[in-house]
Design a protein around this ligand. Structure first.
Ligand code: LLP
Length: 436
């Protein structure tokens, strides 16, 4: 669905750039982002809202992949931004992202982070719990400043995805429970505060979701409560934020819906339900992360060593691994890959791709059909745009790879490769006899 093709040399090409040349120019491992595909996804999420004339904000969940250039691209495409920490907010500020389009999430925002958000007058704070509600009220009182808030509620829905990334169920660390009165108390407290301007509600039911049912159920549950509360509090929400979590295709096993379909079904459900309950139609906000950048990212690795366990398995090792992609080790995530320098050749053997970390669990792909691999072949692992760079680490003191944007035949470095000096930058010597 992106701009990836195979050129006449039999090389994988992305955004009109030959991946073999990219690897020569920037080295490996290397993250390559197909900018045209990010733009296409951004437009697809906004399209249905515009077509159906529904007020909306599509906020990119920057935890999926944040960098100054990335956030500039997100702004260029007219999206809003979801940040979840002082660091993500700081990145947005450095990128000159319009403050009024920034939404701040998190289940344990510190006082310092909330102050930073207030200082920059960001568009909205998604309040997660009573501690935060009180702290935010007091901070606003001190500054005599008003702030827009959403209340994050937990609708009690089991999204069908990995346990670690499922967040809407009742037993979750996030949000005010919708079922047991917590949310209602939060509404009452927010409405009492002169400084908190309650715009509405937020929920996020999980990640890598392939059906619309959970989103629609969440919307119905929230609107049902809104209907119960409207006469008690004389309040109806201006905004309903249904979160992110739209699934993407990592391998053939995954069957995601097009972005337009998630959005259309959400809109129709909220319209139906508000009409039935005689509630005003709220703005609908969503927060896609993975589905905006996931399949736009490809990681290029060089193939190094090889080990055969006779009759059992062929291990082929690459120059990266769980440092730059923790998802297989952490979630059992599956990826697809091809040989980028011989992309036109048929598979000849089945190999398992190992990372270079000193850890048995550092395996990127099991049982991958490839042409016979040779040292220095270039492996392209697809769909590494979300939660790979952003979750990368320096385990084994391995420097993080660089990131390039490719579009219309040009490549641009947007994050430099870390150096060994970067790795020791924060170290304080114990002895004076050192070279730092
Ligand atoms: N909004 C909220 C409040 C979230 O917590 C998240 C993700 C999103 C939006 C964006 O979800 P997305 O559209 O990207 O699925 N590290 C895991 C994913 C964790 C997602 C956490 N929250 C992974 O690699 O699969």
């Amino acid at each position: 669905s992106g701009t990836a093709t195979i050129n006449r040399k039999g090389h994988l090409e992305i955004g009109g750039c030959d991946t073999v040349k990219l690897a020569e120019k920037y080295g490996t491992p290397l993250y390559v982002y197909d900018v045209a595909l990010i733009r296409k996804r951004a437009r697809a999420f906004q399209y249905m809202f515009e077509k159906l004339g529904v007020k909306h904000q599509v906020a990119y969940a920057s935890k999926a992949f944040s960098s100054v250039a990335m956030l500039q691209l997100v702004h260029e495409e007219g999206l809003s931004l979801d940040v979840v920490s002082g660091g993500e907010l700081y990145t947005a500020i450095v990128a000159n992202f319009p403050a009024e389009k920034i939404h701040f999430h998190g289940n344990n925002k510190s006082e310092e982070e909330l102050k930073m958000a207030l200082d920059h007058q960001i568009g909205c704070i998604v309040v997660d719990n009573f501690h935060e509600l009180h702290m935010l009220h007091h901070l606003c009182q001190l500054k005599n400043q008003k702030v827009n808030i959403l209340l994050r509620v937990t609708p009690g829905i089991e999204a069908h995805t990995h346990d670690y990334i499922s967040t809407g169920q009742e037993d979750s660390k996030f949000g005010f429970d919708l079922q047991n009165g917590q949310s209602e108390t939060a509404v009452a407290l927010a409405l009492e505060s002169k400084f908190l301007n309650l715009l509405g509600f937020h929920c996020h039911i999980g990640s890598q979701i392939f059906e619309t049912t959970g989103f629609l159920l969440a919307a119905r549950k929230i609107l049902g409560k809104v209907n119960e509360w409207k006469d008690i509090y004389q309040f109806t929400p201006e905004v309903l934020n249904l979160g992110g979590g739209f699934g993407i295709r990592y391998t053939d096993e995954d069957k995601p819906l097009p972005p337009e379909q998630y959005v259309e079904e959400m809109i129709l459900e909220v319209k139906r339900e508000t009409k039935r309950l005689a509630l005003p139609m709220p703005e609908i906000w969503i927060e896609p992360g993975r589905s905006l950048v996931g399949d736009a990212g490809t990681t290029l690795y060089s193939i190094g060593s090889r080990k055969e366990v006779p009759d059992i398995r062929k291990y082929v090792a690459v120059d990266g691994g769980m440092n730059d992609n923790i998802r297989p080790a952490l979630y059992g995530a599956k990826y697809d890959a091809i040989m980028a320098n011989r992309a036109d050749e048929k598979p000849k053997e089945v190999v398992s791709i190992a990372g270079k970390c000193c850890e048995t669990g550092d395996m990127l792909i099991w049982d991958l059909p490839l042409p016979e691999t040779e040292t220095n072949d270039l492996l392209a692992v697809f769909c590494t745009g979300a939660y790979c760079y952003s979750m990368a680490s320096n385990y084994n003191r391995i420097p993080r790879p660089p990131v390039v944007f490719v579009e219309n035949g040009t490549s641009r470095l947007i994050i430099k490769r870390e150096t060994y000096d970067d790795l020791v930058r924060l170290d304080i010597p114990y002895s004076e006899k050192t070279t730092i």
